[in-house]
Structure formats: C-alpha cells, structure tokens
Design a protein around this ligand. Structure first.
Ligand SMILES: Nc1ncnc2c1ncn2[C@@H]1O[C@H](COP(=O)(O)OP(=O)(O)OP(=O)(O)O)[C@@H](O)[C@H]1O
Length: 255
C-alpha cells in the first residue's frame, strides 16, 4: 500500500459505504488467452466522497467500475451499492437499481440530440415513470450554471456545457453513487477543470458519492482519494492527492 490513513478496505462495513466490493474476481477468455482482470479486490467507497480509480492501461479500472455499477458481473465475490448486495440480482432488478440508484457521466456526453438540455436532464426520471423534484432540479441546474441553457439542444451547447448537462442528469435522482468514466476526456483543460470542480462541489456541498476512472493526474487531484490498481489488484491509495503525488505513485507502478 502506498499510504493510508483509513481502516483497511476489508474491514470497512459495506452497509455504510456508497459502494463496496469483497474478494471480487473476474477473468476474461480461457486457456492461453485468459486474463485475470480483477484479483480479490476488496474496496470500499465512503458516502459523500469523491474517489478516483487510477492505474496503468489494462490494470482493471474499467472492469472494476463496470462491476461496481452493475454493468458487468464478476466471477466471484460481492458488490454492494449503498446497503444492497447486488451480486445475486437478476437483470431486471439490476436495470432498475442502476436507473434509480446510480448515475453515470461518460467521456462521450451521451445526450439525446433532439431533446433540450432540460429534457435530457429529466429523461432518466421520465423513463422510470417518476416525476422530478422541481426544487432539486432548480438547485442542481443553477449550481451547474445551466439555468439559462435549459432550452438549448446539445449541438447549441459547448462541450463543457454538454458535460454539465450530463452531470445534472446524473445528480437529479440523488443516486447512491455517480460513476464517471474519463468524464473530462473530451474537454479542453478549462472546461475539464469546470466539470471537475462541479463534481467536487457535488460531493462537498450535496454529499454526493462519486467514483471516477481517469488516466489524468490533474483530474484525480480534484478527488478526496485515489485508489491505485495494477494487474487486476488494488495496490495502494492516496488521501488528499495532488497531481505530483499521483504522478509519483503511478511512476512507481511503471505507468
Ligand atoms: N471484453 C473483454 N474481453 C477480453 N479481455 C478483456 C475484456 N475487457 C477487458 N479485458 C482485459 O482485462 C484487463 C483489464 O481491462 P480494463 O479495461 O478493466 O483495464 P483498464 O485499466 O480500464 O484499461 P485502460 O486504462 O486501457 O482503459 C485487460 O488486460 C484487458 O485486455
């Protein structure tokens, strides 16, 4: 382990975590082409914290995130979202859990081009057959600086604004956890910094739990904590990271 000021992940109580895994294993392929993408991964993500997952290419970051988010299933081990053990859930239950309790912000903004910003933000709630909490909608969209952009369609918005719409959409259901997959990968550094600051504020001011996969040490420096992966294993973590400490930790992994 690099540094840690927290209890060991295995000792964490998943019921109080935004998301957690216990002894998670995942392999792809068979025989000579078999790849152990996750090896006995025990990790716990506290509520209201912003965590970055980092590591060299192929170290298992995406696989871990996909298993945590219920987008993929592991070979063995357990995954919790909030207090729910999702390991044995059927596809239909998983789909519902993802819709109601998980938010996503991807590198490609994944907005529906024919819908306005407001309609895009409200889409997951509409698909779930619910009604949005209008006060929360106003709070989220004004905190994200979108109040005067709500009637615009995605092509009328800058990349940074489009990603802010995607962040608003992810926050609107007040999910147990928001997963970000390189959320600033398509943005210039100024727009990226804005989106990362907003993600950080949503953790600090709104208590939102956020887990982000990134290759970018500067992006990771916005997080409260970085967990480091190498060759399918969790190999360390940094609290209150800055870009230099992240770079140093990655260099030790040969990334
Ligand atoms: N669908 C798949 N079929 C076969 N092997 C896979 C598949 N998905 C991932 N892998 C392998 O599993 C390992 C972990 O992959 P993963 O995508 O989780 O790594 P990563 O750390 O996210 O990589 P990157 O930083 O390059 O996105 C890699 O060796 C990868 O080649």
């Amino acid at each position: 382990m690099t540094t840690t000021s927290e209890q060991s992940p295995a000792a964490a109580r998943p019921a109080t975590a935004a998301a957690a895994t216990l002894s998670l294993n995942k392999t792809y392929g068979s025989g000579d082409t078999r790849v152990h993408a996750l090896r006995d991964v025990d990790v716990s993500f506290e509520q209201g914290r912003f965590t970055a997952i980092m590591g060299p290419s192929g170290s298992g970051k995406s696989t871990l995130m996909h298993c945590l988010a219920g987008l993929d299933t592991a070979d063995s081990g357990q995954v919790w979202i909030g207090g729910t053990d999702i390991t044995g859930l059927k596809d239909k239950q998983l789909t519902r859990l993802r819709r109601e309790r998980v938010g996503f912000v991807f590198q490609a903004f994944n907005l529906v081009p024919t819908l306005t910003a407001e309609q895009n933000i409200l889409l997951p709630v509409a698909l779930a057959g619910g009604t949005a909490d209008r006060d929360w909608f106003r709070q989220v969209t004004s905190a994200l600086g979108l109040a005067d952009r709500l009637r615009h369609r995605p092509h009328e918005l800058s990349g940074g604004q489009q990603q802010r719409v995607a962040v608003a959409r992810a926050l609107l259901t007040r999910p147990d956890v928001v997963f970000g997959d390189e959320p600033t990968g398509n943005l210039d550094s100024k727009a990226g910094a804005e989106v990362l600051s907003l993600l950080r504020r949503s953790a600090v001011e709104m208590g939102q739990s956020i887990i982000m996969v990134t290759h970018d040490p500067v992006a990771a420096s916005y997080a409260d904590r970085v967990v480091l992966m190498n060759d399918g294993e969790l190999v360390g973590e940094l609290d209150h990271p800055d870009a230099d400490s992240v770079l140093g930790a990655l260099a030790k992994l040969g990334a």
